[in-house]
Write a protein that binds this ligand. Structure first.
Ligand SMILES: [Zn+2]
Length: 144
């Protein structure tokens, strides 16, 4: 059965991996850099995270992921952080973020639920069709 975004977010291993990425992105007024990664399904069915190389202040490079597979494992979600909280920075997913997910033919696997965008206040989900919805408060998910 395909996973829901809510199920992925409530997986404790995934939660702590996302929180680690958030911490690593050094959130603050303007000193942060983006971090991100794929949530993949391991051969035993469990979920884990494969991190991307660190990004810049407001952009991050996604490594190749042909046919929605990375490291030989099915990609079920992707994520990146928006760590800069200053007013020059967009907290919600940008038009570029939405287009990047929507137009990526290698992010259209049967299992793929979308890309989480983690901001200080809210965790968003960009669906494979490029639609944005708010998933939850970041502090609720991270329990801080
Ligand atoms: Zn973004």
């Amino acid at each position: 059965m395909p996973l829901t975004a809510k199920a992925v977010l409530s997986n404790t291993d995934i939660r702590s991996a996302l929180q680690q990425a958030w911490t690593d992105s050094n959130p603050g007024l303007n000193s942060g850099h983006e971090e991100g990664g794929f949530v993949v399904r391991d051969s035993d069915g469990s979920l884990s995270v494969r991190r991307w190389q660190r990004g810049l202040q407001d952009t991050i490079q996604v490594p190749p992921h042909r046919n929605c597979v990375f490291d030989g494992l099915e990609i079920v979600a992707s994520f990146h952080t928006h760590p800069n909280t200053g007013s020059d920075y967009l907290q919600e997913p940008s038009e570029t973020d939405k287009r990047a997910v929507r137009d990526d033919l290698d992010l259209k696997g049967d299992e793929y639920i979308g890309e989480f965008v983690i901001s200080q206040a809210v965790i968003y989900l960009v669906s494979p069709a490029g639609q944005v919805r708010e998933m939850d408060d970041t502090e609720v998910v991270f329990g801080t």
